[in-house]
Design a protein around this ligand. Structure first.
Ligand code: ADP
Ligand code: MG
Length: 696
């Protein structure tokens, strides 16, 4: 019998594989490069490339690709074969160190936000030695970063790697100050819970909106929604479990620890969570996971929807980003000791996080958002667009006690309501309790960032968390460095924490984040509430944000402004595709269906004469009214859209789209939904919510 995990990681050129296959000095030289202690020289690269090629060809691989992540949110690859003509005309295989390290994909059509004028359109990919090489579909995939001819980042990976470096330095400083001198570096651990929908492929194929935009642009609610909560953690349908089995096997072969899978809240919604790994690899593995989900679904006659809000009226999908900081000797810096109150280093890291988030709430919000997530955030099922932190009463109590300068009252069962509001009741939680309504929840030894959209790469969100944490920790380290005795350091640290709680307690909130009271309360606290993604993008212009990224050498000013342009342009393009698709479907599917149905009743009327039932007459007038209204709504949308596009710059265009065009889309949608509620299946052929959501 074959053991289920026997081939775990067999498609990864793992560290063990390298140790086995490389001459010792080459292996050690590679290790040093990964640890950022030296750079690869040519002979070493050649030796690694050779071993890699041998390994891959033994597995039937014929091509290689520099796998990269342009700022489209997805991944890109261009395949090259190992094959070359030999000296006597016979085919030989070749893969050199140079081919491994550097590529020039001539990918001039990827978004660059003006970083690449066409005369310098070249972009280069460079091997990211910290993420393992893997095989997919007989192609050797080499994770790379993507940069312009002049060295600017054209992807989200390079900045992520730089941000991990900046955070590592800052966190290590603080750890060293508290006496742990052996720690030399830190990394982030990230676990990404991936939510997604599965529907029957035949329905997917029939919906142009799903195919082109990833979401349904209209659809009346099904008679059954998620009110019974019978899907959540329910038994997994047979088709889906077959699909999951294959997904798991594929992921395991690629060395990805797919761990849990279950039904989510909405019908047809599922979740897959891997075991956490370092932040850079987690980002890559999540990209691979999304790709495998999509392709495996197709094989099983299913469609995997990764959009944040494929269906209105039921829950959308997120990608919870579980985030912690780990030292090179394996200590989790967000893990409280046995007595957290005395574990001052832990409290310093908690306070650093509080300060970081409260200093840059809009940046944090923006890092997890895009056009799709606008439909999800604040929709009473996902975190609101207002950033706050939930610590759990245990930790919160400790911090407030520290702030007030007396011993923690916990245990004496005397939890004080420190919240400045009395309208909000304070519900005591214990340390392990979860607040599912908080965008950033402390869950025992990590923060769970629940805002991130299901289709998004985790790279930018973690780049932001790293950057703001690095700055916050550096400021704390500046105050502590130079103090000689540990006792004095601890006292000073308590002082620092006290000040942070004083200055930043407005960001702490343990109540119901979905409630309307919270929106008002947040406003009173002065917490920013940025409604749309497009508005949040402007934060990249903020001088404080520019200073943050440039001083830590994560982004240059030029790169930031290019990023802004790219995000704005992508928003505009995505929305325009939605508008066009909605118009197309209205004109080619909806209006003809309505008219055919009208015709049917008109004929009935003609033949039944005086005997025509009231129902038919009423239906005729309803349909006639709906047709006119729908036609008018299409014209209004078309006009509104054209007008919105006249704005002088991408930001104004985006804002117009959000505030004037999206409402017009909604108007049109309402009419279509009204028709769907009464449409006869004889004339209306698009799959409806009740078909799509209850078909597995
Ligand atoms: P829940 O659904 O209750 O939030 P899951 O078990 O589905 O929990 O997901 C938790 C995720 O957090 C997993 O990916 C897990 O590996 C990850 N995780 C656990 N501990 C840490 C940690 N210290 N740092 C980062 N991620 C972690
Ligand atoms: Mg979670």
């Amino acid at each position: 019998m074959e053991m289920p995990f026997a081939d775990f990681g067999c498609l990864v050129f793992s560290e063990r594989e390298m140790a086995d296959r490389l001459p010792r000095p080459v292996y050690q030289s590679w290790k040093k490069t990964v640890a950022n202690e030296s750079t690869l020289d040519r002979p070493t690269a050649d030796a690694i490339a050779h071993a890699m090629k041998r390994w891959a060809m033994e597995k039937g691989v014929t091509h290689f690709t520099h796998w990269f992540q342009p700022m489209t949110g997805g991944t890109a690859e261009k395949h090259d074969s190992f094959i070359e003509p030999g000296p006597n005309g016979e085919p030989i295989s070749r893969f050199s160190g140079k081919m491994l390290i550097k590529g020039e994909p001539d990918a001039s059509s990827f978004p660059s936000g003006g970083l690449r004028a066409t005369f310098e359109a070249r972009g280069y990919t460079y091997w990211d030695v910290t993420s393992p090489v893997f095989i997919r579909d007989n192609i050797l995939c080499i994770p790379t970063v993507f940069v312009s001819y002049t060295g600017e980042a054209l992807d989200r990976k390079e900045p992520l790697i730089k941000s991990i470096g900046a955070l590592s330095k800052a966190a290590t400083r603080v750890v060293n100050i508290f006496g742990d001198k052996d720690v030399r570096s830190c990394n982030i651990s990230v676990g990404l819970e991936q939510e997604y929908f599965l529907i029957d492929r035949t329905y997917f194929e029939k919906r142009l909106d799903l195919k082109l935009t990833g979401r349904t642009l209209f659809g009346a609610p099904a008679p059954k929604r998620q009110e019974l909560d019978d899907h959540y953690f329910g038994s997994i349908p047979v088709r889906v479990s077959e699909f999951m089995k294959e997904v798991n096997q594929e992921l395991w072969r690629l060395g990805i620890y797919a761990k849990t899978e279950h039904n989510e809240v909405a019908p047809c919604q599922f979740e897959l969570a891997p075991i956490f790994t370092n932040g850079n690899i987690a980002a890559d593995q999540n990209q691979i996971t999304m790709d495998i989900l999509r392709k495996t679904a197709q094989k099983h006659g299913l469609a995997c929807l990764l959009h944040e809000k494929p269906f209105d009226g039921i829950n959308g999908s997120g990608k919870h980003d579980n985030y912690s900081i780990i030292t090179d000797d394996g200590q989790n810096l967000f893990a409280p000791g046995d007595k957290p109150a005395e574990n001052i280093r832990f409290l310093v890291f908690m306070c650093a996080f509080i300060k970081a988030v409260d200093t840059y709430p809009v940046l944090v919000r923006m890092s997890a958002s895009d056009a799709g997530n606008d439909h999800r955030l604040g929709a009473n099922e996902a975190p609101p667009a207002i950033i706050s932190i939930y610590l759990g009463s245990y930790i919160e109590d400790i911090l407030y006690s520290l702030y007030q300068g007396h011993e923690s009252q916990k245990g004496k069962n005397e939890i004080k309501d420190f919240s400045p509001v009395t309208t909000l009741s304070y519900i005591p939680h214990d340390n392990t309790d979860r607040n599912r309504t908080s965008p950033l929840a402390f869950t025992g030894n990590k923060f769970e960032f629940r805002m991130l959209g299901s289709s998004m790469s985790s790279s930018f969100a973690n780049t932001v968390l790293n950057a703001i944490m690095a700055e916050s920790l550096n400021e704390i380290a500046d105050q502590l460095e130079g103090i000689k005795y540990l006792q004095d350091i601890r006292e000073k640290a308590v002082d620092i924490c006290r000040n942070i709680v004083h200055d930043h307690k407005r960001i702490l909130f343990s109540g119901d984040g979905y409630s309307s009271e919270w929106v008002k309360e947040a406003e009173r606290r002065g917490l920013p509430s940025v409604k749309s993604f497009i508005e949040s993008v402007q934060v990249l212009n903020d001088p404080q944000v520019v200073r943050l990224f440039t001083s830590l050498d994560i982004y240059s000013e030029k790169e930031l402004s290019a990023n802004r342009t790219i995000l704005e342009e992508r928003y505009e393009k995505k929305m325009v595709i939605e508008v066009r698709t909605l118009l197309e479907m209205s004109r080619k599917d909806i209006l003809p269906a309505m008219s055919a149905e009208l015709n049917f009743y008109a004929k009935t009327l003609a033949s039944a004469g005086d005997l025509t039932p009231k129902f038919v007459k009423e239906r005729l007038s309803t349909l006639s009214g709906l047709i006119d209204a729908t036609d008018k709504a299409c014209a209004a949308l078309e006009k509104g859209w054209q007008k919105a596009m006249k704005a002088p710059d991408t930001f104004s265009k985006g804002k117009n789209i959000y505030y004037t065009v999206a409402p017009l889309m909604l108007e049109l949608r309402k009419l279509i939904d009204r028709y769907e509620m009464i449409a006869s299946r004889e004339f209306y052929h698009l799959p409806m919510y009740e078909d799509m959501l209850f078909s597995l």
